[in-house]
Design a protein around this ligand. Structure first.
Ligand code: FES
Length: 580
């Protein structure tokens, strides 16, 4: 940021707490000294919050317990004062009913932690699925200089010499077990081998996608999102992140200067090129709205027509994982490959532009990071469909489903909730064929509640035994980024609030045409009107507590699932806290 005016120590936000000659500042100083810090350790220095999402229930962030010390080391080296603040952990593995119920709670946690404490800048430590968008949402709304530290992916899984991928191979081998093709003891060995180190899922799931989005938006150090958690360079990157945030405070380099509309368009382009998780759509829309940028499904649709999938990583690719992506050149290599499709002048946390950051990045394995001419899928990873079933849109990941289902008509088999689907799906007398369209409803933002990752509905057992491994499935839920198959997701508006999905009946013919971007039920308007007249609004999911607040304020999937009152457009910015 050459040429811009540097902040002076007396202009630091933390000086409001520490500098005045009054009784409150006396309290702040004396309590800092109670912790063993001498005044020269904080006075006139940027105080850097470290929002750490470590917990004993968070395997993907296990290393954060000690990695935070490397961040602190960097902050101290650069003349800052670190202040670690634990934040909600959002473990995708253990938190129920779904972490998406709590994304906005972590966003609020992050925003208010920063607002209430004497801090000048922040390092966000996240990675497991919802933690990246949640931390970014909160940090944008607070507006302090911010840098993101991605947890990084875990190492490749291994079972009997076979490479295992997070999520994707769990579904795959579960179907093999249901079909009687692997033994119980094999299954236990798969369980032990699929997650071999700390770090996030190592397929191109939501975690890897959103960490890549953070980097593309300009919020991480270059290359940071691709480094495996267990690689020593992740430790060095953590210390460098600590050093850099101190400078960012002096430069007053805030998220709003980085996350411009062009930065979001870059993120969408890269999302398509990496074969992103479908969840990227929801999170990027929410983050953009917080940054005051109008990003919507149309932007994804436009990119999906022009950007090929060039990262050969599962589940869109058939072979490689994030560890291979790192060795092949990582995200800088991929971005350099599609340089012509990016806005290279966008600012980043380095104080340099994206174009400057990726210049000269190399690719070391062109089977992992392909050329556009040798893409693994000629168009983008996601397609947005609309029609009388989803007037506000829904999404499919064509790059991860059997091509024959990209144009399909079949009879609906409707389940009103997950328990009834689970109870029926393995029955031998289930009236279902490979052409059936499995439908799950009441699984959206309010109906789930929290839009659980149920969208990759299991293939009925009788079809699994016949060798069927994919079929069209449709719901208002989400699916894990590690999932695959002809799954149509995020149907908006959701059925629970009376979206058309609430009106479908078993036996209705459903037509899907990905090329034309359409999804329809072949039912007359007259019949739909009579079904609507008979539809009854379901009972509210919650009578009290956080869930009560959630269901009253959550927005639909096509709008990013933020709370209405957290969106930037809702009202004037929140003032700094008074100190009396
Ligand atoms: Fe944490 Fe997948 S469970 S990233």
């Amino acid at each position: 940021m050459t040429g811009s005016k540097r902040k002076t120590p007396d202009a630091l936000r933390s000086a409001r707490w520490f500098a005045p000659d009054d009784l409150r500042a006396f309290g702040h100083r004396s309590r800092a000294m109670q912790m063993g810090y001498a005044p020269e350790e904080w006075a006139g220095r940027p105080v850097i919050a470290i929002l750490n999402t470590w917990s004993d229930a968070q395997p993907c962030h296990m290393h954060f317990k000690t990695r935070v010390d490397d961040v602190k080391r960097g902050i101290l080296q650069a003349g800052g004062f670190p202040m670690e603040l634990p934040a909600l952990s959002l473990s995708e593995s253990f938190l129920k009913p779904t972490t998406m119920l709590y994304r906005n709670l972590l966003a609020m946690d992050a925003e208010e932690l920063l607002r209430g404490h004497p801090v000048d800048g922040v390092v966000l430590m996240g990675g497991c699925d919802k933690t990246t968008p949640a931390l970014l949402l909160g940090a944008i709304s607070m507006g302090l200089p911010t840098i993101y530290l991605p947890a990084g992916p875990m190492l490749r899984g291994n079972w009997k010499g076979k490479v295992l991928g997070s999520g994707s191979d769990a579904w795959k081998y579960w179907d093999e077990r249901r079909a009687g093709k692997i033994s119980d003891s094999d299954w236990v060995d798969v369980e032990a081998g699929i997650a071999r180190s700390y770090g996030t899922c190592m397929t191109m799931g939501t975690a890897a996608t959103m960490m890549a989005m953070a980097e593309t938006l300009g919020m991480t150090l270059p290359g940071a999102s691709s480094i495996p958690a267990a690689d020593a360079s992740h430790i060095r990157m953590s210390a460098e992140t600590g050093r850099r945030i101190v400078e960012m405070v002096w430069e007053d380099l805030t998220p709003r200067k980085i996350m411009t509309r062009d930065a979001f368009l870059n993120a969408i382009t890269v999302a398509m090129a990496v074969g992103c998780s479908t969840n990227a759509i929801i999170h990027l829309i929410a983050i953009a709205r917080r940054a005051g940028q109008d990003i919507g499904l149309n932007d994804f649709e436009r990119a999906s027509r022009t950007v090929p999938v060039i990262a050969n990583i599962r589940p869109s690719g058939d072979k490689y994982l994030m560890e291979d992506f790192f060795y092949a050149g990582g995200l800088p290599g991929l971005m350099e490959q599609i340089r012509g499709q990016l806005h290279l002048e966008t600012m980043t946390v380095t104080g340099k532009t994206l174009g400057e950051n990726i210049k000269g990045a190399e690719i070391y394995n062109d089977d992992v990071i392909r050329t556009p001419a040798n893409a693994i899928y000629k168009e983008g990873a996601l397609a947005v469909l609309k029609g009388n079933l989803a007037p506000d849109g829904c999404v499919i990941k064509p790059s991860a489903c059997a091509p024959k289902f990209l144009k399909h008509t079949g009879p609906a088999l409707v389940f009103d909730d997950y328990p009834s689907m689970k109870e029926a799906i393995d029955r031998d007398d289930l009236d279902v064929t490979e052409d059936t369209v499995l439908i799950l409803r009441n699984a959206g933002p309010q109906g789930g509640p929290g839009m659980p990752e149920w969208g990759m509905l299991p293939i009925p057992k009788k079809l699994v035994k016949q060798g069927v491994r994919d079929m069209v499935r449709l719901s208002d839920s989400r699916m894990s980024g590690t999932s695959y198959g002809a799954c149509i997701l995020h149907v908006s508006p959701e059925s629970y609030i009376g979206g058309p999905l609430a009106l479908v009946k078993t036996g209705d013919m459903i037509s899907l045409d990905v090329d034309k971007r359409t999804i329809n039920m072949n039912v007359s308007d007259k019949e739909l009107a009579s079904r609507r007249a008979a539809w009854k609004k379901p009972e509210p999911r919650y009578e009290r507590g956080y869930g009560w607040m959630f269901t009253r304020h959550i927005k639909q999937a096509n709008e990013g699932c933020d709370f209405d009152f957290l969106e930037t457009s809702f009202g004037a910015p929140v003032a700094e806290p008074s100190i009396y």
